[in-house]
Design a binder for this molecule. Structure first.
Ligand code: PLP
Length: 460
């Protein structure tokens, strides 16, 4: 290992890094980025990288968008802060709520603003509880999420997240949360089971789970259209078509977590539409501002709005909201982001470039290190395996995917290791030649990781 630079040493001495191995970081140090331009980012030494993760699945329009900078600056000059609590509002929040209603994948009544995906999903859980109290069915409170789902890290959102690291030692999940099976066909289908049959089995299992819990106690099912931080898991054919009637049968509402898929990732505004989900409510964040500033939102239908209003009439207040709910600068940047997406036909552009992106990912299925190459729209992953035929995984302590990601960084590509998967989620504005360069670099990284597994003899 090379010695840390001064900046790296100050970093590890002072910054408590989210989602990091705090024990090894002082030896390895962090990649310290300085600036960005389009799909490229540059570190403090001037080395360039293709931003293959759009930051954290969020920087949809790429870096250096002067219009977004201007929208923020103009709003800061005019009115840098105003809130939405009792009796106050402002134009950016109103206009953005109207826009989100217009493009929402369901019949939307209102929009609640917050600053992140976690806050959006925490709000979802509180709304589920509050509304069911308001509707006189306080026992209908459980929320079913899925193993490997990622919904955030606040108490409720981390509970909904279906990854052990988000629960262990944090005394989570909350007692009202359940997890259903993960819809990963390659990972969990029985031998010879078709995607359709796998989907039907998972729907039957969900039905049995709700019956066992007591349908009168189950309020909601939450799902990402494509699971992101669980390893980019694309649902099998017929999955939501099979799940939906089970939810309807038991009067269980569907919460779509569109924090990654929202705003074009799969070629339409929302992943729900692409995958045939019929959500009751929607959580959004990330690409809503192209991540230039933090912003999240929950979009709600009439019946929830009516229940909230009726309850307010009784008790005098809807007691939930953040200082930064509808922050005017964030709302202005959100509006500008959606305006740019429309003007530049980003949805059509994603649809046009997706086949090329997916063709390049699929080609890795033949790589000796890769068990599955998967994706949808402009998001995908390759999953490394010790043995392709049996799908046997590597010893997790060898962190082979993380090694591939480290090689990718040396090759000038930022991608992300999630367990055994290497995730790829570039800005939506990536060009065909940039996609080619991304996958050339990823190919070299995987080759180097493959050679490393042979040299270190870690396949045994
Ligand atoms: N939901 C999904 C689907 C996400 O991918 C994420 C973050 O990656 C979140 C929620 C949490 O968002 P945040 O990190 O903004 O709290």
């Amino acid at each position: 290992t090379t010695p840390l630079t001064n900046l790296q040493a100050r970093d590890v001495a002072t910054v408590l890094h989210p989602y990091s191995n705090l024990a090894t970081l002082p030896q390895t140090g962090s990649l310290i980025l300085e600036r960005g331009d389009g799909v490229m980012v540059y570190d403090v030494d001037g080395k360039s990288y293709i931003e293959g993760m759009a930051g954290l699945w969020c920087n949809a329009l790429g870096h250096g968008r002067e219009e977004l900078v201007e929208a923020a600056a103009e709003q800061m000059r005019k009115l840098p802060f105003a809130h939405l609590f009792t009796g106050k509002s402002h134009d950016p929040a109103i206009a953005l709520a109207e826009k989100l209603k217009e493009i929402s994948p369901m019949n939307a009544a209102k929009v609640f603003f917050c600053s992140s995906g976690s806050e959006a999903n925490d709000t979802q859980m509180k709304l589920v509880w509050y509304v069911n109290n308001a509707l006189g069915r306080p026992q209908k409170k459980k929320i079913i999420s899925r193993i490997k789902a990622y919904h955030g890290v606040t108490i409720a959102s981390a509970s909904l997240t279906g990854l052990p690291n988000n629960h262990l030692d944090f005394d989570l999940p909350l007692s009202s949360v359940r997890h259903a099976a993960c819809p990963h066909h390659w990972g969990f289908a029985h031998d010879g089971e078709s995607e359709q049959d796998f989907s039907k089995r998972l729907a039957a299992e969900l039905d049995a789970q709700i019956e066992a819990e007591g349908p009168e106690t189950v309020a909601a099912f939450i799902a990402e259209p494509v699971m992101g931080a669980g390893g980019v898991i694309v649902p099998p054919e017929g999955y939501f078509a099979a799940i939906q009637p089970v939810l309807e049968k038991h009067d269980v509402m569907l919460i779509a977590d569109e924090v990654i898929c929202g705003f074009g990732r799969l070629g339409e505004w929302f992943g729900s539409t692409v995958l045939g989900m019929k959500p009751d409510t929607v959580s959004v964040a990330k690409a809503l501002t192209s991540a230039y500033v933090p912003l999240g939102a929950v979009i709600i239908p009439d019946w929830i709005d009516e229940a909230l209003t009726a309850q307010s009439a009784k008790i005098g207040v809807f007691g939930h909201g953040f200082t930064y709910s509808g922050h005017p600068v964030a709302a202005a940047v959100g509006l500008k982001t959606l305006e740019i997406m429309e003007r530049e036909n980003i949805l059509a552009q994603v649809q046009a470039i997706t086949p090329h992106f997916q063709k390049r990912i699929s080609a890795f299925a033949d790589h000796p290190l890769v068990g599955e190459a998967r994706g949808l729209g402009l998001v995908g992953a390759v999953e490394v395996v010790a043995d392709k035929a049996s799908k046997r995984a590597f010893d997790p302590r060898k962190a082979v995917a993380a090694k591939a990601v480290a090689f990718a960084q040396e090759e000038g590509l930022i991608v992300r290791a999630i367990g055994d998967a290497v995730a790829i989620c570039p800005p939506l504005v990536i060009s065909e030649s940039e996609i080619d360069e991304l996958f050339e670099r990823l190919g070299r990284a995987l080759d180097r990781a493959q050679d490393w597994t042979v040299k270190e003899n870690i396949r045994a």
